[in-house]
Ligand binder design. Structure first.
Ligand code: IPE
Ligand code: IPE
Ligand code: MG
Length: 277
């Protein structure tokens, strides 16, 4: 899978990491020894966000329960985090449970939350340079899960390698609505003038003001929609939709997504850059 970049300006900057801070372990290698591609630093996404879809279909295709699909999905999360560390990604955000997922049967909701609880308890990234963050609301979330999430946030907050944001009981419209309410309180209390609220002001009042824009939004499981995921941050994201169901994902799929991203031309509304003459 190693892809050595050739062009001028691309020789020096491979982002893949061969060493990790002494205080942390290196992630376990890919079972077949695959190595990450070298992506020129200027072409690496800063922030990859993933809609991990297809657990149910994966299970159905094998005659298993949906619960088994969610359990298998946890292994793919670990794999993806290991791949993110190896390729030198800074921000990985995973859509784990949406505010809409409460519409599922209580039994399935419990199965998903059981997997979340088990992974947070097992704490597989304990020895890795991974800062864990939680994006979402408390609401109906069992308090032992929100307590575990807060504990993981607290104990990993000094880590500077990969920021892994778990979106749990997360909804994009909920995020925007809560931010608007926050701004309204600021206006009411005289800290802001409604006529002068800028995009920067809005961004500063988001639940995670330091979360960078999403560069690459990847959804597995064949659906081509964003399902209320990070509407503010993904406004200019490159989109990548793939067919594999989430439990079939290994780190090479993340590397492939990043490699394809590295070849995209982004404009952000400007005139496309022309070849210098
Ligand atoms: C994604 O897999 C996991 C969650 C939404 C929690 P699904 O459970 O949506 O799987 P499909 O889309 O039904 O196959
Ligand atoms: C999106 O997947 C939510 C998560 C992956 C957590 P869904 O399977 O819930 O999305 P829809 O319902 O197909 O849009
Ligand atoms: Mg789904």
């Amino acid at each position: 899978v190693r892809q050595d970049s050739g062009g001028a300006g691309c020789l020096r900057d491979g982002a893949a990491r061969n060493s990790f801070p002494a205080a942390f372990s290196a992630p376990p290698p890919h079972p077949d020894g695959h190595q990450p591609p070298r992506i020129p630093a200027g072409q690496m996404p800063l922030h990859v966000a993933v809609i991990m879809d297809g657990n149910g279909r994966w299970a159905q295709q094998r005659g298993l329960s949906r619960q088994a699909g969610h359990q298998a999905g946890a292994a793919a999360v670990r794999e993806t985090v290991h791949g993110a560390l190896e390729i030198g990604l800074r921000h990985l955000t995973l859509y784990t449970f949406s505010t809409e997922n409460w519409k599922r049967d209580a039994e399935e909701v419990d199965a998903i939350l059981d997997v979340v609880r088990a992974e947070l308890t097992d704490n597989p990234f304990r020895d890795l340079d991974v800062r864990i963050r939680w994006h979402g609301r408390t609401g109906k979330l069992p308090t032992d899960i929100s307590d575990l999430l807060r504990r993981r946030e607290r104990t990993t907050r000094e880590r500077t390698g990969l920021t892994l944001t778990m979106c749990i009981n997360y909804g994009g419209r909920d995020e925007i609505t809560r931010t608007a309410a926050h701004l309204a309180r600021q206006v009411r209390d005289g800290h802001l003038h409604a006529d002068h609220i800028s995009e920067k002001d809005f961004a500063r009042h988001l639940p995670h003001p330091d979360m960078p824009d999403v560069d690459l939004l990847w959804r597995t499981g064949s659906e081509q929609r964003t399902s209320n995921f990070l509407p503010w941050h993904a406004a200019y994201a490159e989109l990548h939709f793939t067919h594999d169901c989430w439990p079939d994902i290994d780190r090479r799929h993340l590397w492939q997504a990043i490699t394809e991203y590295s070849h995209r031309q982004r404009h952000h509304g400007a005139t496309p850059a022309t070849t210098a003459t």
